[in-house]
Design a protein around this ligand. Sequence first.
Ligand SMILES: *Cc1c(COP(=O)(O)O)cnc(C)c1O
Length: 499
Amino acid sequence: MTTTDRTRLDPKTDDIGARLTFDRSRPGRMGVLLPALDVPTAELPDSRFLRHDLRLPELAQNEVIRYFLGLSKLNYNIDSGFYPLGSCTMKYNPKINEDVARLAGFANVHPLQEPKSAQGALRTMSLLQDALSEITGMDAVSLAPAAGAQGELCGILMIKAYLAERGESHRRTVLIPDSAHGTNPATAAMAGFDVVTVPSTSDGNSDIDFLRSALNNGVAAMMLTLPSTLGLFDPNIEQIAAMLHDHGALLYGDGANQNAFLGRARFGDIGFDVVHLNLHKTFSTPHGGGGPGAGPVCVKSHLAPYLPAPIVTGDEGNYRLKTPEHTIGKTMAFHGNFGVLVRALTYIRSLGADGLRAISENAVINANYVLVRLRDAYKLPYDRTCLHEVVLSGSRQKAASGVKTLDIAKRLIDYGFHPPTIYFPLIVDEALMIEPTEAEGKEALDDFCDAMLSIARESEEDPDIVKGAPHTAPLRRLDEATAARKPVLRWTPKAEPTS
Ligand SMILES: *Cc1c(COP(=O)(O)O)cnc(C)c1O
C-alpha cells in the first residue's frame, strides 16, 4: 500500500507522529476549491514579498482532517477517561462552561473597549471577584494572575511590598513545608527571599516544634498548602497562623486544590492573609494542554492596596477597572485570561452554594474509597483519612521485585488509564499521588482500583510485564536521557516530493 491510498489513519499502526504533513505532501493537492479568476492578473508590487524557498505541505482536505484527528487520538484527555493526576486536579470540564464562554458578548469583547461598552464583561469579573472572596473568606480579589505559580509570585510580592511599607524589609525568610509544590520555594526565591524548609512529622503535619524554633523577627511569611500535598488537613493550622502573627509574619495559603473543602472551611476564617486559587483546577476550567490558566489572589484588607492590577470596582451600569493604590503592578497584558474567568463563574453559578459543598463531599469520599480499596496492596505512608487525594507508595513492590513506581505508572497505560502523579510529594519514597476527583462515579473508581490491584499482583507474579510497560501504546518507553540531551526539534525533509 502506498502512502497516497492510505485513507484511514490509525494511531496504533500509522506512524502518525513520525510522518508530518510535509512528508505526506503531494504537489498540486489542495484543501479548498477556488473559483476561476475573474479579474486580470497583476504583478505583485514588490518582488521582495515573494518567497520561493517556502515549502508548505500540499494535501487534500480529508488528508489534513484525518492527519490531525489521528494526532488528537494519540492524546489522552479528561473527555476520554479517568485522569487521576494528583495535585493537578484533572477533573471533568462541564460543557455549559464552553457554551457560555462562546456567547458573542463574551467571545468578541475587546480588551481595549471603553468600559461603558463592556459593562457585561466587567460585571462578570466583578461577580467572580465577589464569589471568590465569599468562598475564601477574604476581603479583596485580583483575577489578573494567569496561573497558580503567578498567583503565588503576586502574593509573595504583595507581602514584600507590605513589609517594606512598614519598614520591615529586614524580614528576609520564607518558611515552606518539605511537602510543598516546587512552585512555592521557586516563588519565594524569585521574590528575593531565603527559604527555610519546615519538616513534616511522621503523621504528615508541619512540625510545630521546628516552627517555634525557626520563628524570629527575620521571618516574612510562611507559605502553606491546605490541604497539604499529602492530601491531609493540618489540624494545627489555626495555631500555626497565630504563631506567625505573634511574630509579625504573614501566612500565605496555596489554595490550588480547593475541591477538598469548598463550602466547609475558609482561608480567611482560619487566619490566612493571602491565598491563591487555581481556577483551572478547583473551578473546572480546562488545563493540561487544554487551555490557559488563571490563579486569582485573594487577600485580607491590609494587603488589598497591593493587589496586582487591574481589579474591577463600581456597580450596576458603572463598572470600571481600577489600579490599587500600592499595586505590585501588572502580571500580564490587559485583564487576565478573561475566557477562563467566564468559565469559572459559570461553574460556580451553575452549582450554587449547595453544589459547591457537594463537590468537597464527593472529592473526599472518592479519594478515601480509593485509599480503602488499595491500602492492602500498596504502602500507605500516612495512615489517616485523606481529603481530596491519597498518596500511596510503590516502595513495597520495589523492594520485593524491583518494580518501580515509574513501571506501575507505565503499566496503567496498558490498562487504559492516565497514570497518577508520581515521585511527588518528594518526602514520600516511590510516591503515587492519586486524585480521583469528585467528577467520577463508583464504576470508574472500581475500574481504576481493579487495574491497580491487578498490577500489584503482576508485580509479584510476572514483574517483567510491568517493567516493560507500556506494551499497547503507540510509543513504548522513551529514552529520556537521549531525549533531553539530543532533542530532535527540527523537521528535515526526507526527499523532494514527487508528483
Ligand atoms: C498546580 C499547583 C500549583 C501551580 O499551579 P500552576 O497553575 O500550574 O502554576 C501550585 N501549588 C499546588 C499545590 C498545585 O497543585
